[in-house]
Design a protein around this ligand. Sequence first.
Ligand code: PGA
Length: 231
Amino acid sequence: MIIALNNKSNLNKEAFLSYQEKLRGLEHTCQVILCPTYLNVNLFNLEGISLGAQNVSTEDPGAFTGEISAKDLKNSGVEYCIVGHSERRTYQRESLEEVHKKVVKLFENDITPILCIGETKEEREQGLVGSILKEEIETAISGLTEEQKARLIIAYEPIWSIGTGIIPTIEQITEVLTFIKSFLPNTTLLYGGSANEKNIDMLKECTLIEGYLLGGLSLKPEELQVFINKA
Ligand code: PGA
């Protein structure tokens, strides 16, 4: 079981340091991956928790103002990196090709990508879930070796569920994860989108879910502990 924590653009230096002290007391037997802001990556100092990042440059170190390369993330101890989060695809207009380049750069630097995929409410209503997800996955993984595909982590995050408090039904999640497993049988699958300590009892009925990507809940250590205990 993987629990990946996406702090998004939250927690300044002081807030992160006191948050980190609370996480130090987290009891868990699963694999916890903390993805803080870039600035907080170098403040990370926890045992028993892995370090992740939320984004990466498509390029190697060089003249790319404002970017952070996979090589530098690796140098700072980053082992995992979220890529293609819907917020970046929407607000930064991150393209399918950019997501692919990032996945490749991460593997080149021995960092495991956590690839986020998901459909909008409209796409679901129009019956486009399968084609949207297939396109997002196929472009991102093109050219990867079987070994890399097995190392890849995919987080299914319906865009209409992120930060809204609305979660899909178990049948909807099962349908999507079964679909992904049909062509990526060895890839680890996470669910993300409004997962919390109240709906975990329901979510865990879906046995295909191998872990969770948590946004809002990542910022609440007490509720997170309840979630982990139940999961
Ligand atoms: P949420 O975010 O848990 O706050 O819905 C999940 C995510 O965006 O990764």
